[in-house]
Design a protein around this ligand. Structure first.
Ligand code: IMP
Length: 439
């Protein structure tokens, strides 16, 4: 069977975790292929509410292989805490495997992350401060440390010495911060290595064999396409290599691109962003506040970051950017999330183009200055003003809600086959499974 990739079509936080959690039932393997501890997935199912950063959302089924691929950077402390939390809550983590090629967040990475933000001053990106960006930086600069190094008791001390000497010169010289202690790091990471060793494997072979056996593989993207280094609103992006867009999935998990047959784009029914950077449809008024606080949807689903707790910026659905990311990812179908959060609105706006210097444009300019100057051109649709959180069939949605969904399908050139109407696993309208079969 071909692999399916699930990606975020906006600035992250689209609800990919719950889409993966729902569709994982059809697969035997679920893999994370990019990003790191900066990512945050909130999942609510019959086992409770969970916040995951690294463990693939397929873990709740117990019988699925869950792979953290070579494209992910791992903070061992966070990962071990996540594994412990899952075990304490009765979730079996024995089918978790971690690529020996995945890079590791070392203690200098959060130090550099925060120091870089300080140096950027007014141009700060608003990173998660988890050290994820600097860890990818080291990967590209070829001075990264990989999980395979950490679990190799014999070679790790020398590799740490070599990299730490270099990093301490940077930290003390450039950033004027105190040097980090070799012995302390060695002890901490030896302990991490001991605990992680049972999970570490050559995941590329495991994934390829599963593919050759014809198993269904679900590849879970992290963050959104607009945060991607190449396709996003650079430099206000994250630093994942491989990309979080669908094209990165093959590299980050170790499959050929021809193994990927379908791409599910997850889009929130409106726009959110954490951190700085252009956001043409951002709302600073009471509608924006209403979107942040749940917009009349289910209480407790308000817009605050899973990783940092920061309030998310909110705005109307940006059809220009959504069409762009749908094409960049080759989206074959769409999961539209949080439709219920629009239930309170009398009128709902969708951005269909921008105005720039009195001209109508249908793409976001690459130049940051211009991207910050565009004015959204909106279409207005009637709201449905009723609770939809108990709706399970498309036909039972109010006409206005169906009209809204249809407009999004037109803009994205792809069918919407899952709509979430509440945070719990069953609060969804699903018309097709991710492999295209009717439900
Ligand atoms: P970094 O990934 O920590 O370097 O942060 C870079 C940008 O990506 C910042 O604007 C972050 O807020 C944003 N970001 C990183 N991870 C996520 C995520 O999982 N959801 C939403 N935004 C994120």
């Amino acid at each position: 069977m071909p692999a399916v990739v699930i990606i975020g079509g906006q600035w992250g936080d689209e609800g990919k975790g719950r889409v993966v959690d729902f569709h994982a039932r059809y697969c035997s393997m679920i893999g994370r292929y990019s990003a790191g501890t900066n990512a945050g997935h909130t999942i609510m199912n019959e086992r409770g509410k969970f916040a995951l950063h690294l463990v693939p959302a397929g873990i709740f089924y117990g019988d699925k292989a869950c792979v953290i691929g070579n494209g992910v950077v791992i903070d061992p402390d966070t990962l071990l805490a996540e594994i412990a939390m899952l075990s304490e809550r009765g979730i079996d983590t024995s089918k978790l495997v971690i690529s020996d090629r995945a890079h590791v967040i070392m203690p200098w990475h959060p130090v550099i992350d925060l120091a870089d933000e300080e140096l950027r001053g007014d141009s700060a990106i608003g990173t998660t401060g988890t050290g994820t960006g600097p860890a990818f930086h080291d990967k590209v600069a070829r001075i990264g440390i990989r999980i395979g190094d950490v679990v190799d008791t014999e070679r790790f001390p020398a590799r740490l010495r070599e990299v730490l000497d270099y990093k301490n010169r940077v930290i003390t010289g450039l950033y004027q911060k105190p040097a980090l202690d070799y012995d302390q790091i060695l002890n901490d990471y030896r302990e991490f290595g001991e605990k992680l060793r049972p999970y570490v494997a050559d995941t590329t072979s495991i994934v390829q064999e599963a593919h050759w056996r014809g198993e269904m593989i679900l590849l879970e993207g992290a963050q959104g396409s607009l945060l991607d280094l190449d396709t996003g609103t650079y430099p206000y992006v994250t630093s994942s290599v491989p990309a979080s867009v669908a094209a990165g999935a093959a590299i980050g998990i170790g499959l050929g691109p021809t193994a990927i047959e379908r791409v599910v784009g997850v889009y929130k029914a409106y726009q959110t962003r954490v951190g700085n950077g252009p956001m043409p449809t951002e709302l600073d008024d009471e509608d924006g506040v209403s979107l942040r606080e749940g917009g009349g949807g289910v209480p407790g689903t308000s817009e605050y970051g899973t990783t940092t707790g920061r309030a998310r910026r909110t705005g109307w659905f940006d059809g220009v950017l959504a069409r762009y990311t749908s094409r960049i990812n080759g989206v074959t179908s769409v999961a539209l999330t949080r439709l219920d959060s629009l239930s309170a609105f009398e009128r709902i706006k969708i951005c269909v183009a921008y105005e720039l210097d009195d001209e109508r444009v249908t793409t976001l300019p690459a130049s940051l200055e211009d991207a910050n100057r565009v004015k959204p051109i909106y279409e207005e649709l009637p709201g449905w003003k009723q609770d939809v959180s108990e709706v399970r069939h498309l036909g039972d949605l109010p006409t206005e809600a169906r009209q809204y969904v249809r407009r999004i399908e037109q803009l994205l050139d792809a069918p919407v086959d899952m709509i979430s109407v509440g945070p719990k696993r069953h609060q969804a309208i699903v018309t097709r499974d991710i492999f295209g079969g009717r439900i």
